[in-house]
Every structure is written in C-alpha cells, then in structure tokens.
Design a protein around this ligand. Structure first.
Ligand SMILES: Cc1cc2nc3c(=O)[nH]c(=O)nc-3n(C[C@H](O)[C@H](O)[C@H](O)COP(=O)(O)O)c2cc1C
Length: 337
C-alpha cells in the first residue's frame, strides 16, 4: 500500500502531518510524533508582533528585553508571554532538524508589511524545509476595502517567496469573497501551497462580568466540512499543493480531505486530545479502507470528489443550498402518529 504523497515539492511517506501549534515545542514530543508516523511537522508560529517588537527594541539600542516596546497597544501579549523568542525559534528549528528525519516546516504569522518578513530567510538559513506563512488577519475598520486587503496580503506573499528558495505555503482564512481566485493569486505570487484554513477563535460574552471572553476550544470533525467544500472547489483550478487543517480526527476525515483534493492533512486538536498514538490508528484506518476499496496508492483517489470529478457538482454550489432549504418539512404531531 503506497501512502506517499508530494507536498510543496517534498516527498512525504504519508499525508498526515502535525499542524502548527505547541506539539513541536519539545524535541522529545516531536520525535514521538515522527516515530508514531507523522510525515512532517509544522512548528508553532513566530508572530509579526513579536519580531517587530524585537526590531524596535534593537533599533533603540536597548539591551533589556523588548517588553517595554512589545506593541503600542496593551491588547497584544507582552514580549515575555510568547513561548519562543525569535532567536529561540531559530534554535528550535536547528534542534528539530538535527533530531528529526522528516521535513520541518517553520511558521511565520503576520499580515502587514514590515521587517518581520525577513524571518522567512532566517528560517531557511536555520534549516527549515519549508515556510508556512499564516496570513491571519481580522479587518475591523469599515472603511477598508476587501480588494486592498487582498492586494496587501499577496504582496507579502510575493516578498516572502522572493526571499527564500524553500517552498512557501500560505495558511488562509475561509472568509474571502472568492477563495478560489485568492488561491490562484497566491500561486501567481510564488506560493507553492495553500492550507485550508485558519481557524478563527470566536470570543464569547460573560453576561455577569460584561466582558468579552477569548476562548480556545479544540475542534471536532464538523469543522472539516468547510475545508472539504473549498478544497473540492479550488483543487481542480490550481497547481498548488493543498493541505487541510481543521477538523481531522479520524481516518475517514483524512480520507475525505484527500478525496476533496488535499495532498496532506494537518492534525492538531486530535493530537492534543489523544497524543501521538493517534497517528498509527489513523494510518491503519486509511490502509484498511484503501484495501477494502481496491486502492493501492493515495494518488489514485486524490481529488476524486472535487468539483470537476464528483458525480454531482451542484452539491458544492448554490443549487444545493436552495434544494436543502426547500426539502425541509415541518411535521406535525398528527403526521408523525
Ligand atoms: C493550542 C493551539 C495552538 C495553535 N497555534 C498555532 C500557531 O502558532 N500557528 C498556526 O498557524 N496555527 C496554530 N493553531 C491552529 C492549528 O494549526 C490548526 O489550524 C487548528 O487547530 C485547526 O486544526 P485542528 O482541527 O486539527 O485543531 C493552533 C491550534 C491550537 C489548538
């Protein structure tokens, strides 16, 4: 059974990779994940705000921590609250590279032009096999035009891709008006891959304290559906490597993402819940399913449920939305009896 896949030009033994997060903060846990079958790892992100704070501190020639220059606003974490300072992050890349045999993907997270972009080059120099650029941004000002936001993001991608030789994947938001067009623009800007999608953490309200509560809940499989739809729509229209991130908890979830057109599936929440032993279970499940359905390689069925190849493309489109709403009937107690 051949589970190997190409992602960002890297040959991986199987499609399961450890998504960006805390799972590779420790070299031991990264090694455990590799031993459990992870085909690649993505490190937690280094954030634009962290790097810019450090740049500001250095330009003021201050040798104390950059804390006092963390951000003009107190809304962002203090410098010391970040798990890895920029230089520690580079050392972590080196340490992971010297321990692991699977590819190490470093993650850079930002959405505005600035000196932070230079860290892609430093990631490469430290040995990263690829850069995942997370374009997480929330535009809250009504005067900002969607097209301007996208042009700025694409310019950032162009700069990052122009500064490194290693492949760059871009982790995008699901909330673009035309995600397929945005993915295509990223391809033209030099990206080698796109990760579907960033997960937005929705704040809740505490009605007693009248506070907005930030919260992080781990995902479940229902979150995969948004990824499946857009992977299926975008995959036949681009040459990019595609990765699913969000809601992969079972071998069925992983298979569905591959059928939609993903080259890899990233897992975070399920690994945080179950630990590295999850991976052998997922890999066994994929192998068993492939055997039962007569497939000998992942390439044979990747994209078989995409917009071009699935039996009913209207299932991805507006037609299906109307059909679903129209099909719902309210049954009265008398009808049920
Ligand atoms: C504790 C935690 C930390 C995370 N940190 C990052 C990060 O630093 N950079 C990033 O791009 N995504 C980060 N993510 C998002 C994950 O990479 C992933 O996109 C998201 O959790 C959805 O995948 P899942 O359903 O497998 O959890 C984090 C997620 C969790 C739960």
């Amino acid at each position: 059974m051949n589970l190997s896949t190409q992602y960002l030009g890297l040959k991986l033994s199987n499609p399961l990779i450890v998504g960006a997060g805390p799972l590779c903060d420790s070299i031991e846990s990264a090694r455990d994940l590799q031993d459990a079958g992870a085909a690649a790892v993505v490190m937690r992100s280094l954030f634009e705000e962290q790097i810019e704070a450090e740049i500001r501190a250095l330009s003021f020639n201050i040798d104390t921590p950059a804390e006092s220059y963390a951000e003009a606003t107190s809304y962002f974490p203090n410098y010391s609250e970040y798990q890895l300072a920029p230089d520690q992050y580079l050392r972590q890349i080196e340490a992971l590279k010297s321990t692991l045999t699977i590819p190490v993907i470093a993650s850079l997270n930002g959405a505005r032009p600035g000196g932070w972009i230079d860290y892609a080059r430093r990631f490469e120099a430290a040995g990263a096999d690829a850069v995942e650029l997370n374009l997480y941004q929330l535009v809250t000002r009504a005067g900002v035009l969607a097209g301007e936001v996208e042009s700025d993001l694409i310019e950032i991608v162009r700069q990052v891709c122009g500064s490194v030789k290693v492949p760059v994947s871009v982790k995008i938001s699901p909330f673009h008006t035309s995600p397929a067009n945005f993915a295509l623009a990223l391809e033209h800007a030099g990206a080698a891959g796109v990760v579907f999608f960033n997960r937005f953490y929705q704040p809740d309200f505490d009605l007693d304290e009248m506070e907005v509560l930030p919260q992080l809940r781990l995902s479940d499989s229902s979150e995969l559906l948004l990824r499946l739809r857009w992977l299926a729509i975008v995959s036949p229209q681009v040459r990019l490597s595609l990765s699913a991130s969000g809601g992969v908890h079972s071998s069925e979830d992983a298979l569905k993402a591959l059928f939609a057109g993903a080259h890899t599936v990233q897992v975070v929440s399920a690994l945080l819940r179950h630990g590295p032993h999850l991976f052998p279970r997922l890999l066994d499940g994929i192998r068993i399913w492939m055997g039962e359905h007569g497939y000998s390689s992942v390439d044979e069925f990747r994209g078989a449920m995409n917009l071009r190849r699935c039996p009913d493309p209207s299932a991805y489109e507006r037609a299906n939305y109307i059909r679903i709403l129209q099909a719902w009937r309210v049954t009265t107690p008398r009808e049920e009896a």
